[in-house]
Design a binder for this molecule. Sequence first.
Ligand SMILES: *Cc1c(COP(=O)(O)O)cnc(C)c1O
Length: 472
Amino acid sequence: MDLSMMICNYKSTIKDAMMCIDKNAKGTVFIADEAGRLVGIMTDGDIRRLLLEGYGLNDCIDIHMRKDFVYAKFNDEPSDIAGKFNYRIRIIPIVDSDMHLVDYACYDENIHISLAQPQLGGNEYKYLMDAFLSTWISSTGKYITAFEEKFSNYCGVKYGVATSNGTTALHLALAALDIGSGDEVIVPDITFAATINAVIYTGATPVIVDIEENSWCIDPAKIEEAITPRTKAIIPVHIYGQPCNMERIGIIAKRNDLYVIEDCAEAHGAEWNGKKVGSFGIISCFSFFGNKVITTGEGGMCITDSKELNEKMRVLRDHGMSKLRKYYHEIVGFNYRMTNLQAAIGTAQTERIEEILEWRKNLELQYRTAFEQMKGVVLQNDSLPNRKKISWLVSVLVDENKRDLVLTKLKENDIDVRAFFIPLSEMKIYKKYAAGCSVSKRISKMGLNLPTTYEINKDDIERIKSLISEVL
Ligand SMILES: *Cc1c(COP(=O)(O)O)cnc(C)c1O
């Protein structure tokens, strides 16, 4: 901005100062004498107080301005300037040795770049208030049905059963399929722990297998090797927005009479062969946690085309209570219900899912353009045949010896980044379920997730890029 928009002459009136602030939109005006030297500062708060005290718009500012203002010298260290900010001082003039204004520094609260931030600018607030005012704030209400129908329909699947979170969705799916003690369930080595935990809750034994080099998803060849007479199900996880090879997994499952339960917690809207993820499994599970593609705060959903499983999951979700006879329990169930308040947000999010996905895709494209010519940064593959990846977090690989340095560098600059999931096989409590996972170990050490927060812009991406290239 033109610096002259920040300055008023000390002979000006209160009205002149107000007009100046109105134009510069900084809430502050710097006041200079005839020689252009800074002699005072006035803020919109100062003006408000003057008017309340009875001063008029045409009074001169010179007797009212702050003369003991905080300023910085042009050759001060940036960290020293930053140290002058406090909860009241948000803008600091920078002057030369003659007190002429040469620049100013602003404290920007948005300078911190978070990893992910939900986009709640559609009907979210309206529906949430509607649910709230209706007093149906627990787990009965019109938004539960609306959300279940809208979201399952979006995935091209008949029924949706909303749950309290993505982990309970996974557990509910496994329980509805009667998976338990003595059974084995195959899971990938790279996933969020909820996938394997849900298997362990049922009493079944998880079997961890390696991932594919190019997609980072579960390796179908490794699934085949891991099948035993006790195997009951496979849980493919569409990791970081990338769909698994559902064709091969489908063939393997059919040949061996196994259930496929998709974990779609990170891939709402992704497609395999033109069909949305969530439409391949006998049951598929989603999460709507705050950092996922769409959110309900906490929340999850199981979707299925099976009428029987839909009904069974509804009973299990609600304490296993008989639909015909209230407080008669035929099966040991859970309370895994979602509230109408959460579903209200979810309904509004589902209305905008295409728009949100488009926005995320554009953001990833900006990252791709920025990193195109940069050696040492490999972006997640988005052009594998038959797979339509969606953009959740932006995931990249760098040299494993540099990865932690990049993490530290970005964190020092107040940019949230995340290292990849640690392979399950590298954690003490899960190790015993794994054998021969080498690809996952290698890739996990190189992986970083970059921010896809709502407010990030091109300049931020450039800054992230130059910070990374400094390290590499
Ligand atoms: C987030 C996530 C879950 C669990 O979802 P919650 O809603 O946090 O319980 C499960 N699996 C994967 C792959 C996830 O990323």
